[in-house]
Write a protein of this length. Structure first.
Length: 156
């Protein structure tokens, strides 16, 4: 999915605070959220943690990440990978206990706008069946669909 214009800034409820990835604890919180959230997509928590195996990479200038905290608990996250004229929103996830509170929308709006703020003319993402209704509501549009993704066996 893609979007070609920034979104209105989110309205953040008083009991929610959103922090940028600045420290290892932010990455650790994002990993915990997504390890739980992506299990609904049949990605085992252990595999989700592998994707975040080099947390220092997520603290690089190429990445802008957000963690929403509610009641002091890490509740939702999203990150943007910057690539010049385009940016991608990745790892949007919400902890089970914080579902349906609008936190993924807050993080997605912030992540989308972070891409445009860094000069992207288009921001893309890959939508899961859970996220697609939100992204459509925000103004993202479908330009392609992945039917399957599979790594090829290594050649010997």
């Amino acid at each position: 999915m893609l979007i070609e214009n920034p979104l209105p800034e989110p309205k953040v409820p008083p009991d929610v605070r959103v922090e940028l990835f600045r420290e290892l604890r932010h990455v650790t919180d994002a990993v915990g959220i997504n390890a739980q959230a992506y299990e609904a997509l049949k990605l085992p928590a252990a595999e989700a943690r592998v994707y975040f195996g080099r947390p220092e990479e997520l603290l690089s200038p190429r990445v802008t990440g957000f963690v929403a905290y509610r009641g002091g608990q890490a509740a939702s996250t999203a990150l943007t990978i910057h690539g010049g004229r385009s940016a991608g929103v990745y790892w949007v996830g919400t902890a089970n206990a914080a579902q349906r509170m609008g936190l993924a929308e807050i993080c997605t709006r912030l992540a989308t706008n972070a891409g445009f703020a860094r000069g992207a003319s288009v921001v893309t993402l890959q939508a899961s069946p859970f996220g697609e209704p939100l992204y459509l509501r925000l103004g993202y549009r479908t330009y392609d669909r992945l039917r399957r993704y599979r790594l090829s066996a290594p050649s010997l």
